[in-house]
Ligand binder design. Structure first.
Ligand code: RBF
Length: 173
């Protein structure tokens, strides 16, 4: 498995766009808060590190991951941010609740992203047990909150600079 071999949160800091003119919403779930608060910390630290101003980060706490999409929708209505980052942790149990929640969040955030035209970042840690969650919240596999922040900055940059994704030498031409 690829993720068994490396910390996926390691990235080239010099290659990340400056976030000083960007605004972000961060929606964080309270379920498994010992994990989600670490994701949140990693996320906000990363946004600040790349120039995002503290006053341009709007945080909303929701009860559980299933509420991430509603929380994002509410936040969008109150603050027209450039992108919304959703952070949660769903741990598999004896029943299939995790599949329903994970799928609902994935579909909900895809929908919100497409209908609002603003990136909605999937920062949901979907794991089989607590150790896997700890590993991804500042442990051996990095911090998925950091990755979500980097993804959000890159996506906003893509939108602010329409030519950013164009190759100087398009393939085949
Ligand atoms: N929310 C989470 O964020 N992570 C979980 O691991 C989680 N497990 C749940 C397990 C069950 C059986 C139920 C009913 C809910 C769980 N929730 C979890 C809460 C869920 O996201 C939501 O807050 C509630 O279902 C209320 O809509």
């Amino acid at each position: 498995m690829a993720s068994a071999l490396k910390n996926l949160s390691v990235y080239d800091e010099n290659n990340i766009p400056d976030g000083s003119d960007m605004s972000f919403g961060v929606v964080v779930a309270d379920w498994n808060s010992h994990i989600t608060h670490k994701l949140y910390q990693g996320c906000v630290e990363t946004l600040l590190k790349h120039g995002v101003l503290e006053e341009n980060i709007f945080t909303v706490q929701v009860p559980g991951s299933f509420e991430l999409t509603s929380g994002a929708r509410i936040l969008n209505g109150q603050h027209p941010v450039d992108a919304v980052i959703c952070l949660g942790c769903v741990i598999k149990g004896e029943t299939n609740h995790d599949e329903y929640i994970n799928q609902a969040v994935a579909h909900g955030l895809t929908n919100l992203g497409l209908t609002s035209g603003r990136p909605h970042i999937f920062g949901l840690v979907t794991v089989n047990n607590e150790q896997q969650a700890l590993d991804r919240a500042g442990g051996v596999h990095g911090n998925k909150g950091v990755e979500a922040a980097v993804t959000a900055i890159r996506m906003v940059s893509l939108k602010k600079t329409p030519t950013a994704g164009k190759s100087k030498r398009p393939i085949g031409f």
